[in-house]
Design a protein around this ligand. Structure first.
Ligand SMILES: Nc1ncnc2c1ncn2[C@@H]1O[C@H](COP(=O)(O)OP(=O)(O)OP(=O)(O)O)[C@@H](O)[C@H]1O
Length: 399
């Protein structure tokens, strides 16, 4: 858990130094800097912003770098400095580290912000990231496989982009990359599928809490991005002509996805096994509708919140298990939930459900709000919350 947070030169936050607790509410007007504070925590954990890829967009105007520093409750310290040319400096306990994943493991952050509200309708990347966040934290072997897969995929795509007619040498090279891709793909899929299977009942439970009236209708499915019954390199070979025409690789783990399906009353008689095939790329027969096409915006926010929050108890249980078996996970790291504009799109009942669900989870929360309407509720749900007021990048706290 973050006990002290220091931020310098991130957007309008010139210097912020705050003591935080389990539940932290940041109240402020539009443009006061609330989201920037959440962005700083996310940057420290993930090495990137959730708003812009280019550091010069979030580094304060006329400054060369932004720095975020946190002290956790176990006295460990984490720091990141991003420079305008995208150079990144990372430190763990005052020692330079060269891999962002080291900080990510120490400080798992989970973001729920208005921009993620469209994740059900948009391309698959953000939904895949949602699953991969969990896989990363639960399966130690996943990240190296994913990095190696991405590297090979990049090489393959740049060759496909360069030419539509491969020489013998290029073809041989491509085949050896495909072999490598295939090996990594099998493991990545294996980890994802295992974690997905474990996640499903937690999601169902979360839906019962957050959208009880739809508990019967909503279900989650995972598609691997390719036909997992055949080795990926064989399929890549079969599709090589098409990939050469397109200039990129169309199938593989980078096309994996998760979907939330809506089952109408007519489909209720369908046994669950018919739609729970996690490796099937084809939309299950009984589940004709994407949930996003049916739900209102407020309901979608609750659904996305359910997707994210349902990951926390599973992660914490897997860490508790890791502690007993010492399999290398960071059992001390408390997940941090970042909730931007918490009340947006939600009525009072939904806010009550969301916050009471959150209060039951063993995580640290930073949430932002335009008004102080939710302060009484927050004080009811958490023992000692801190309410911060943000004004033009200056923060003050009220216990
Ligand atoms: N690179 C930058 N340097 C300095 N200020 C910036 C930079 N980028 C954005 N800003 C300003 O920082 C301020 C903080 O924005 P932020 O999005 O954090 O506000 P907010 O409190 O979350 O607002 P809202 O409630 O409208 O979402 C804005 O006024 C914005 O114009």
């Amino acid at each position: 858990m973050i006990e002290r947070l220091q931020i310098s030169n991130l957007r309008n936050l010139t210097q912020v130094d705050l003591q935080s607790t389990v539940c932290n509410l940041i109240i402020g007007a539009n443009g006061s800097g609330k989201t920037s504070l959440l962005e700083a925590i996310f940057l420290l954990s993930r090495g990137k912003s959730f708003r812009h890829h280019q550091p010069k967009r979030y580094i304060q105007h006329h400054k060369n770098a932004t720095t975020v520093h946190a002290r956790l409750n176990d006295a460990s310290t984490l720091a990141i400095q991003k420079q305008a040319d995208a150079t990144t400096l990372l430190r763990l306990n005052q020692t330079t580290v060269y891999n962002q994943s080291i900080l990510t493991e120490q400080l798992p952050t989970l973001l729920i912000d208005p921009s993620t509200m469209d994740m059900l309708e948009q391309g698959s990347a953000s939904r895949r990231q949602l699953l991969d966040w969990l896989v990363f934290h639960m399966k130690q072997g996943f990240h190296p496989q994913w990095v190696a897969y991405q590297r090979l995929l990049k090489q393959r795509n740049s060759l496909l982009k360069k030419t539509q007619h491969l020489t013998q040498v290029q073809l041989a090279e491509l085949r050896s990359w495909d072999k490598g891709l295939s090996n990594h793909a099998a493991l990545i899929h294996h980890y994802r599928e295992q974690v997905f299977t474990e996640w499903q009942p937690y999601f169902a439970k979360s839906i019962v809490q957050l959208l009880p009236e739809y508990a019967e209708q909503l279900s989650l499915s995972y598609s691997a991005g390719y036909d997992t019954s055949v080795a990926l390199d064989i399929q890549l070979n079969e599709r090589l002509e098409q990939d050469l025409q397109l200039g990129y690789t169309r199938i593989g783990n980078h096309r994996a996805d998760i979907h939330v399906y809506w089952r109408s009353d007519d489909d209720k008689s369908t046994p669950s096994s018919e739609y729970a095939d996690s490796s099937d790329m084809i939309k299950p027969k009984a589940l004709k509708e994407q949930a996003a096409n049916v739900l209102s915006r407020g309901e979608k926010k609750l659904l996305i919140t359910a997707l994210r929050l349902s990951q926390l108890p599973l992660l914490l249980e897997s860490k508790a298990e890791a502690m007993s078996t010492h399999n290398g996970l960071s059992p001390k790291a408390t997940p941090v939930v970042l909730l931007d504009d918490v009340t947006a799109e939600l009525d009072n009942r939904a806010i009550q459900i969301l916050l009471s669900t959150l209060a039951q989870l063993p995580c640290q929360v930073f949430m932002s709000s335009l008004t102080d309407d939710i302060v009484p509720l927050i004080k009811d749900l958490w023992p000692h919350p801190i309410v911060f007021h943000m004004k033009q990048g200056q923060i003050s706290s009220f216990l």
